[in-house]
Design a protein around this ligand. Structure first.
Ligand SMILES: Cc1cc2nc3c(=O)[nH]c(=O)nc-3n(C[C@H](O)[C@H](O)[C@H](O)COP(=O)(O)OP(=O)(O)OC[C@H]3O[C@@H](n4cnc5c(N)ncnc54)[C@H](O)[C@@H]3O)c2cc1C
Length: 508
């Protein structure tokens, strides 16, 4: 009887806990491209191709390192459709008594794993997921007894723990956070950096053809250029550090009309697949600062996204699931507009963000938060529908990271657990941070009338509808002061315009 280690498709790290726990001389590894994993949402084709190609390359690396890997290639006609099917088949075929996995990235998968001992009669051992810096127990300990779980207070101990940008227990530069310097509008100078592109090899080409012919998917497959191996991901990291990191901070919040990446890293897909470790990415950024290649505001801002936001978001997910997924604190009931899938909207900022999403399986953080997210928040979309969209359309999307970002940060559906106030903004914000409005059919200066930017009426109407919940929030006092300055006639025209947008949203 032997032990079998099941490697999930997003755990392609060579420091995987299974590789320490098992012995290549007598134990086997198991990997599978499964129909059920391609079907639970309508994923972007590039996301499926990325995962399958990275899995196949990882299998090859494991075999070269002396491991025996049983690998199930995608087959829609096979009886093996889910991880449960795969484990049932492999444990029978290979006479396995003990199965090892690492903690998965999604609650639904953990549930599946937990049923195996009973359902399949194999002993199951769940090891830690080494793609993260902190253990889930540490996050639980940090959260225990706190009234508010603010990222900023999670981040500081993480800086101390990792030693990143620290000097004698104090943050370098005398401050934990330099965000005040990070809100510049980008006007074309310096030129956008853009991520490194990788031409598909034979393995990726094969997978792209498979997705094209056999797997229903969202978005455009042409132009696939993601890193699919650790070696490629390391090159993408080096390229980011030298070409984009120096400007990452300054233009982190910018919303240019004609640049899909600007100075963002596009490293999320590699981090989330385990091709890069969070610590090596942060160390590379820190080194650039120590070498005088990148300013502190950029490097601190970047490191905070990874040891702060990324770890914190994951902690929240596992702390609050499974109930978290059903929250709808604002009582939203609007369906997701169909044009989130097609991009056919006349609002320029949304059309650009959705088009980039369809083309690249990527949109940068401010597009996700302040354009597609903000609109869904203001419109009052049912959280489940917008969460499903984000989970489907991005190459880096897994439940552990997508759900708290969408349901908590964007939709405020957790009642403010994650964000002290909703990130609601009118068209003015979008105008200030970029040049979409100059190309838009709607007038950002107007709130009512056929040509008025729909964000505007929806924004004031959002504040009005949720007055009871938010008016005493100290961070929203100014907003409500502005609402209070409106006379009854103005407010009624805004409500009417917002009602019209909600009822006829497909035509906007
Ligand atoms: C509604 C919404 C949904 C999101 N869904 C996902 C998702 O499914 N997967 C995902 O990885 N990120 C998600 N994010 C977070 C963030 O937008 C992406 O990580 C980022 O845009 C990825 O692009 P990048 O690698 O160029 O990031 P950069 O801007 O270069 O940032 C560097 C890294 O920081 C990390 N990071 C930054 N912000 C966050 C955050 N809020 N949460 C977690 N990690 C963060 C990522 O690993 C990222 O690669 C979401 C954000 C929002 C507002």
């Amino acid at each position: 009887m032997a032990r079998l280690g099941l490697i999930f498709g997003d755990q392609l790290n060579l420091d995987h806990a299974l590789l320490d726990a098992l012995d290549p001389a007598c134990d086997r590894l198991l990997m599978g491209e499964l129909v059920a994993e391609t079907e639970y949402v309508r994923h972007h084709g590039k996301k499926i191709a990325l995962i399958f190609s990275a899995m196949r390359h990882f299998r090859d690396e494991l075999e070269q390192a002396g491991w025996s890997v049983t690998y199930h290639v995608f087959d829609p006609d096979s009886d093996i459709r889910s991880f449960t099917d795969l484990v049932r088949w492999a444990s029978a075929a290979e006479g396995v008594d003990t199965l090892l996995v690492a903690w998965p990235g999604e609650w639904r998968l953990l549930e599946e794993v937990r049923a195996w001992e009973q359902e399949l009669g194999v002993a199951v051992s769940v090891l830690p997921d080494t793609r993260f810096l902190g253990a889930l127990e540490d996050f639980e300990r940090w959260a225990r007894g706190r009234k508010q779980l603010r990222m900023e207070y999670f981040y500081r101990p993480m800086r101390r723990r990792t030693g990143l940008l620290m000097e004698d227990d104090q943050p370098v530069g005398g401050s934990w956070n330099f965000d005040a310097d990070n809100r510049k509008r980008w006007r074309g100078d310096p030129p956008a950096a853009r991520p490194m592109r990788f031409t598909p090899d034979a393995t990726t080409d094969e997978v792209l053809a498979l997705v094209d012919k056999r797997i229903p998917h969202f978005g455009v497959l042409e132009g696939f250029d993601y890193p699919v191996t650790r070696a490629q991901a390391r090159r993408a990291l080096a390229h980011f550090v030298s070409a984009a990191l120096p400007y990452f901070g300054d233009f982190q919040d910018a919303l240019p009309d004609d640049e899909d990446y600007l100075f963002h890293s596009r490293l999320s897909s590699s981090l989330n697949l385990g091709l890069l470790s969070p610590m090596e990415v942060c160390r590379a950024a820190e080194q650039a600062w120590r070498d005088g290649q990148a300013p502190l505001n950029a490097v601190e801002g970047f490191i905070r996204q990874i040891i702060g936001w990324r770890e914190y978001i994951r902690g929240i997910y596992w702390l609050k699931m499974p109930d978290y997924a059903d929250l709808n604190a604002l009582g939203n009931d609007q369906p997701l507009p169909d044009w989130y899938w097609t991009g056919k909207t006349q609002m320029r900022c949304l059309a650009r963000a959705i088009d980039a999403t369809r083309q690249n399986a990527y949109a940068h953080h401010i597009q996700r938060l302040m354009v597609t997210g903000n609109f869904a928040l203001l419109l009052g979309v049912v959280p489940r529908e917008i969460c499903e969209w984000y989970l489907a359309v991005y190459a880096d999307a897994y439940d552990w990271v997508e759900l708290p970002n969408t349901l908590g940060m964007v939709m405020h559906a957790d009642g403010g657990l994650l964000a002290s106030k909703p990130y609601a903004a009118s068209g003015k914000y979008i105008q200030r941070m970029g040049d979409h409005c100059a190309h838009c059919r709607y007038r950002v200066a107007n709130t009512v009338g056929e040509d008025a930017c729909p964000f505007n009426a929806l924004y004031w109407d959002f504040l009005d509808r949720h007055r009871e919940r938010f008016e005493r929030n100290p961070r929203m006092t100014m907003m409500y002061r502005n609402v209070d300055r409106m006379d009854a006639e103005r407010l009624s025209a805004i409500r009417e315009r917002a009602r019209e947008i909600r009822e006829q949203v497909e035509r906007f």
